[in-house]
Write a protein that binds this ligand. Structure first.
Ligand SMILES: Cc1cc2nc3c(=O)[nH]c(=O)nc-3n(C[C@H](O)[C@H](O)[C@H](O)COP(=O)(O)OP(=O)(O)OC[C@H]3O[C@@H](n4cnc5c(N)ncnc54)[C@H](O)[C@@H]3O)c2cc1C
Length: 411
């Protein structure tokens, strides 16, 4: 096999998937150019850093891969090639130490800001000789692997002819970070099937009454469990004026999306006291004395917060059941009808993207030999908790590996 030394390679998209691929390719001796449409790279990566910079997760390999649902068999390989341990070692090499939080999530140590990691990373790429072309938008393919580009400030159009290309153009949420999904028609024109985009890890809309909206506004429900069909997720949810959000809601978006697509009403079931055994809950409810208001009973006996009585009135029967079994059933599976998911642009991540059938096992486009794809623009989804960034890093490393091997076979 020929060495890729000195081969010109283009990486399009400067998010985590593209930057990691660029690093791997440059370390292997390629001459790498990154083309990024925005004025700076890693904008969505920095946004991810605002709300607790969750880089990966310390979960075991098998349950980790299972987070990618139908794509678990593919991700088993990607994660083995660039694992959460590799990610932590990579960050450490850039001077960013990480720790595992109580939930298993992997974060940079508090004194490292997301921008510190990005700065160190870009400096490493530059030291490796990677050329960064910001404000360069990929417009489409030309003949023989050529790429048409437009300078976003001057409007000047150019064509480059790399030996191989890696596309890492991101999903279609948070368009202001550059992840606008505008690449979809271009790839479709080139014959590449793309599964329609859909919001993933997003809030759910509930048609609250005006009274509920005014009275409750935005309030958390801590330590609850939320179910949709057979799936149950524990955590904190937030009641908002449009509906409900928070980690358990985000994790259930695939199930909600399926129920909504099937035309049926989508329903979440809220368990307000998941820590109590059913018998314990019944026993507490049986102690309710006549004359005691529902709100003060729920607050004192069950430590349920202020929005709960209003929530029960909004979604449950007009009068709180006196029979303990009925009351327990209500508190452990309060149905919340969901009318829609929040708009795609608000979602933390995107479902849909380049169809797996369009790719070979190296993440190369079957229709376009020499063009590889990585990151969120592929058709996969995973919950929050570090699985998104890890998925982008791992597919970036895997596609770079495939590209190097392809270059070796196509001098
Ligand atoms: C609010 C929020 C919080 C998040 N928090 C976390 C978290 O804590 N943990 C986690 O794991 N994940 C988190 N994520 C998700 C994570 O940020 C993304 O999954 C990840 O950034 C996707 O990486 P990517 O490289 O595939 O794409 P992106 O990061 O979207 O990068 C794609 C790049 O391609 C560029 N581009 C697009 N089209 C073109 C074109 N035609 N020509 C040239 N360049 C182009 C874009 O400008 C962009 O810079 C969060 C996301 C959001 C929105």
């Amino acid at each position: 096999m020929q060495q890729p030394l000195g081969k010109e390679v283009a990486v399009v998209g400067g998010g985590p998937a593209g930057l990691l691929a660029a690093q791997r390719l440059a370390e292997a001796g390629c001459r790498v150019s990154i083309y990024e449409a925005q004025a700076t790279v890693g904008r969505k990566f920095l946004v991810a850093g605002h709300g607790g910079f969750n880089l990966s997760n310390a979960e075991e390999a098998a349950p980790f891969a299972a987070r990618y649902a139908a794509r678990a068999p593919d991700f088993t390989g990607f994660l083995a090639h660039f694992s959460p341990t590799d990610l932590r070692a990579w960050a450490a090499e850039l001077g960013i130490s990480t720790f595992v939080g109580t939930s298993g999530r992997v974060f940079p140590e508090a004194h490292h800001k997301p921008a510190d990691l990005l700065r160190a990373w870009v400096a490493r790429l530059q030291a490796l000789g990677v050329t960064l072309h910001v404000r360069h938008r990929w417009l489409g393919f030309g003949p023989n692997g050529a790429l048409h580009l437009r300078h976003e400030t001057t409007g000047e159009q150019t064509t480059v002819q790399p030996a191989a290309t890696l596309l890492a153009l991101g999903g279609a949420s948070w368009a202001k970070t550059g992840s606008d999904g505008a690449w979809r028609p271009e790839l479709e024109r080139a014959g590449v099937p793309v599964v329609p985009f859909a919001p993933s890890n997003c809030g759910a809309e509930v048609a609250w009454s005006d009274f509920f909206r005014e009275k409750v506004g935005r309030q958390p429900l801590k330590n609850v469990a939320l179910s949709c069909g057979p799936e149950t997720v524990r955590g904190e949810v937030m009641l908002t004026d449009y509906g409900i959000e928070g980690t358990p809601v985000y994790a259930l978006t695939p199930q909600l999306r399926a129920q909504l697509a099937a035309g049926g009403p989508a329903v979440l079931h809220l368990h307000l006291k998941p820590d109590l055994e059913p018998a314990q809950l019944l026993e507490k409810l049986a102690r309710r004395r006549p004359g005691k208001s529902v709100a003060s009973f729920l607050g004192e006996a069950l430590r349920l917060g202020t929005p709960v009585p209003t929530l029960l009135r909004e979604l449950g029967p007009a009068i709180f059941p006196t029979a303990p079994t009925e009351a327990a059933a209500l508190l452990s599976a309060l149905p919340i009808p969901v009318t829609a998911l929040r708009p795609l642009d608000e979602a933390i991540s995107t479902a849909g993207g380049v169809a797996w059938g369009a790719l070979d096992e190296h993440l190369m486009l079957r229709m376009r030999p020499g063009t590889f794809v990585a990151g969120e623009m592929l058709d996969w989804e995973a919950p929050t908790g570090g699985y998104l960034l890890q998925g982008c890093f791992s597919t970036g490393a895997w596609a770079a590996r495939g590209l190097l091997s392809w270059l070796g076979q196509h001098p």
